[in-house]
Write a protein that binds this ligand. Structure first.
Ligand code: FES
Length: 131
């Protein structure tokens, strides 16, 4: 990542197409058939809008599992990217705090966990429990 992007807090992760997910009654549901970006380890996308209180980062971890997080660093509120091949996440700021897949801070100034949401994955969909 360039220093320019870090200063502005710009992440590499892009929004998931609106046709690939929906939100209602405290859950977000991703249609995995329509979310090719989440098929491979290291893949990531974020959900924003549709009444969500906060953006949600969804990643396919190095262990092959899907994870969902509130897409905000607990230090200064910057968005978050996965670090493929390193088994962790990184805040998109110049301070770039890192977090493990449970959301626990590993390095940098963030001292508190990022919020990790409970998920249920089936063959063709991911249900994220936001409350
Ligand atoms: S906003 Fe993440 S380390 Fe400051």
């Amino acid at each position: 990542m360039s220093i320019f992007k870090a200063i502005l807090g710009i992440c590499e992760t892009k929004p998931l197409a609106e046709t690939a997910w929906e939100a209602s009654n405290g859950t977000a549901t991703v249609d995995l058939k329509a979310a090719a970006v989440l098929a491979d380890k290291g893949g990531a996308a974020y959900l924003k809008g549709k009444g969500l209180a906060k953006p949600v980062l969804v990643i396919r971890g190095d262990d092959g599992r899907l994870y969902a997080y509130q897409d905000r660093c607990t230090h200064g509120g910057r968005k978050i990217d996965p670090l493929p091949g390193e088994g962790k996440l990184k805040c998109c700021s110049v301070n770039h705090s890192t977090f493990d897949y449970d959301g626990k801070p590993l390095s940098g100034p963030a001292k508190h966990n990022i919020t990790r949401y409970e998920t249920e994955e089936s063959a063709d969909r991911l249900v994220i429990k936001l409350s």
